[in-house]
Design a protein around this ligand. Sequence first.
Ligand code: HEC
Ligand code: HEC
Length: 191
Amino acid sequence: MKLVKRVVFVGLIAFVGCGTTPEGWITQPTETNLVIGGLNNLQPYFAKLQSPDRSLPDMGDFLLASCGCGDWRVLIRPTNGAPQVQFPVRFYSNGPYQPTGEVAVFGTDDDKGFSGRLNQDSGQVAGNALNGAMAAYIDGLRSDPHVGQTVDACIMCHVGDDPIFPLPPTHPQKYKTNPRVCLECHSANGQ
Ligand code: HEC
Ligand code: HEC
C-alpha cells in the first residue's frame, strides 16, 4: 500500500511538471538554411506573453530585436516578479534567404527558448516562449520605423533600473541625459 502511494505521488509530480513546461513547446524549425547576419529589416517586435491557452493575455513583455552586438535577441520580462532574461535567436529559411516571405525563428539557452514563425511582408511574428517553468505564447507585429522604436529596444536591455546588460562606467555618458542616442554611435546590427 505504502509503495503504491509513493508511485502515485511521484507520478503526480511528473504530471504537474509536464503541465507547466509542456514537452515540445519549443520546436526546432523545419527550415534548414541558417540566415547569416539576421533579417534585412531591423525593426524590433514587441509582444505580450500570453498563457498557452490565451486565457491570460498579459503575463509579461516579450521583445525580439537586433542588438548592436550583431545578434538578434529575445527578451522575456515576466510580470510575476521573476527576473527578466535574454538569449540570442537565429532565423531559418527554405533555400537562400530573401528579405520577403516567411522565416522561422529559433533559439534556446538552458531552460529558456523561443521558436516561432515570422512573416517579413506583413511583419507578423507568432511563437512559443519558454522561461523555466513558464510557457507562453506570443503574437506580435513589427514596430513602425517612423516611431523610432529600434532605440526603445536597445534601451529595454541596456538602460533603466534593472538592465540586462548595463553599460560600463567607462561608457560615453551622453545617454544619461537622453537615452535615445544609441544609434548616433552604434548600428542596430553591429555593422
Ligand atoms: C534583448 C536584449 C538586447 C537588445 C534588444 C539589445 N541588446 Fe545589445 N547586448 C545585449 C547583450 C546581452 C549583450 C552582450 C552580448 C554578449 O557579450 O554576449 C549586448 C551587447 C551589445 C554591444 C557590445 C558588443 C560588443 O561586441 O562588445 C553593443 C554595442 C550593443 N549591445 C548595442 C546595442 C544596441 C545599439 C541595441 C539596439 C539597436 C541593442 N544593443 C539591443 C542585449 C541586447
Ligand atoms: C557618443 C557615442 C555613444 C553613444 C551615444 C552610445 N555609445 Fe555605446 N559605446 C560607445 C563607445 C565609444 C563604446 C566603447 C567604450 C568602451 O569600450 O569603454 C561603447 C560601448 C558600448 C557597449 C559595450 C560595453 C561593454 O562593456 O563592452 C554597449 C553595450 C553599448 N555601448 C551600448 C550602447 C547603448 C545601448 C546606447 C544607447 C543607450 C549607447 N551605447 C550609446 C559610444 C557610444
